[in-house]
Ligand binder design. Structure first.
Ligand SMILES: [Zn+2]
Ligand SMILES: [Zn+2]
Length: 91
Protein backbone atom coordinates (compact mmCIF):
# COMPACT_ATOMS: atom_id res chain seq x y z
CA UNK A 1 0.00 0.00 0.00
CA UNK A 2 1.48 3.35 -0.98
CA UNK A 3 1.40 6.03 1.65
CA UNK A 4 -0.68 9.01 0.63
CA UNK A 5 -1.10 10.70 3.98
CA UNK A 6 1.05 11.44 6.97
CA UNK A 7 0.67 8.51 9.41
CA UNK A 8 0.92 10.90 12.35
CA UNK A 9 -1.47 13.74 11.54
CA UNK A 10 -3.33 12.32 8.51
CA UNK A 11 -2.46 15.35 6.41
CA UNK A 12 -1.90 14.99 2.68
CA UNK A 13 0.67 17.74 2.53
CA UNK A 14 3.58 15.32 2.27
CA UNK A 15 6.57 14.81 0.07
CA UNK A 16 8.14 11.43 -0.65
CA UNK A 17 11.74 11.44 -1.68
CA UNK A 18 14.70 9.13 -2.01
CA UNK A 19 18.05 9.76 -0.42
CA UNK A 20 20.72 8.03 -2.53
CA UNK A 21 23.35 8.45 0.19
CA UNK A 22 21.31 6.58 2.77
CA UNK A 23 19.57 4.43 0.13
CA UNK A 24 16.38 5.23 1.95
CA UNK A 25 12.96 6.54 1.05
CA UNK A 26 11.64 9.23 3.31
CA UNK A 27 8.32 10.91 3.83
CA UNK A 28 8.34 14.52 4.92
CA UNK A 29 5.16 15.98 6.37
CA UNK A 30 4.84 19.73 5.98
CA UNK A 31 1.96 19.88 8.41
CA UNK A 32 3.49 18.32 11.53
CA UNK A 33 7.15 18.44 10.42
CA UNK A 34 7.70 14.72 10.78
CA UNK A 35 10.39 12.90 8.85
CA UNK A 36 9.62 9.22 8.43
CA UNK A 37 11.61 6.43 6.84
CA UNK A 38 9.50 4.31 4.51
CA UNK A 39 10.17 1.42 2.17
CA UNK A 40 9.99 1.33 -1.63
CA UNK A 41 6.52 -0.20 -1.66
CA UNK A 42 5.15 2.51 0.60
CA UNK A 43 6.83 5.19 -1.46
CA UNK A 44 5.32 3.89 -4.73
CA UNK A 45 7.20 6.42 -6.81
CA UNK A 46 6.12 6.83 -10.39
CA UNK A 47 7.14 9.03 -13.23
CA UNK A 48 4.97 12.16 -13.58
CA UNK A 49 5.64 12.10 -17.32
CA UNK A 50 4.75 8.54 -18.38
CA UNK A 51 3.44 7.04 -15.09
CA UNK A 52 6.03 4.28 -15.24
CA UNK A 53 7.12 2.71 -11.95
CA UNK A 54 10.49 1.84 -13.43
CA UNK A 55 12.27 4.41 -11.29
CA UNK A 56 16.01 4.04 -11.01
CA UNK A 57 18.35 5.63 -8.56
CA UNK A 58 22.01 6.26 -8.94
CA UNK A 59 24.36 8.24 -6.74
CA UNK A 60 23.30 11.62 -8.04
CA UNK A 61 19.82 11.45 -9.44
CA UNK A 62 16.54 9.64 -9.72
CA UNK A 63 15.67 8.81 -13.30
CA UNK A 64 12.69 7.21 -15.00
CA UNK A 65 13.85 4.00 -16.70
CA UNK A 66 11.08 4.34 -19.26
CA UNK A 67 11.32 7.87 -20.65
CA UNK A 68 14.55 9.05 -19.03
CA UNK A 69 13.02 11.96 -17.15
CA UNK A 70 15.10 13.14 -14.21
CA UNK A 71 12.84 13.20 -11.17
CA UNK A 72 15.31 14.69 -8.77
CA UNK A 73 18.95 15.51 -8.69
CA UNK A 74 21.13 16.44 -5.78
CA UNK A 75 22.79 19.10 -7.87
CA UNK A 76 23.77 21.11 -4.82
CA UNK A 77 26.42 18.48 -4.09
CA UNK A 78 27.75 18.65 -7.62
CA UNK A 79 27.86 22.41 -7.74
CA UNK A 80 29.75 22.74 -4.50
CA UNK A 81 32.44 24.90 -6.01
CA UNK A 82 32.38 28.41 -7.33
CA UNK A 83 33.55 29.42 -10.74
CA UNK A 84 35.39 32.70 -10.61
CA UNK A 85 35.98 34.40 -13.89
CA UNK A 86 38.94 36.67 -13.83
CA UNK A 87 38.88 38.93 -16.83
CA UNK A 88 41.78 41.00 -15.65
CA UNK A 89 42.05 44.67 -16.47
CA UNK A 90 40.32 46.05 -19.50
CA UNK A 91 42.38 48.88 -20.93
ZN1 LIG B 1 2.01 15.02 9.65
ZN1 LIG C 1 8.87 8.31 -17.42
Amino acid sequence: MPILKCPYCDDEDIEISYNPKLRQYTLTCFNCDNYIKINARQADLKCPECESRDIRHDDLETVCGECGMVLSATSNYVGGFKIVLDWGLIL
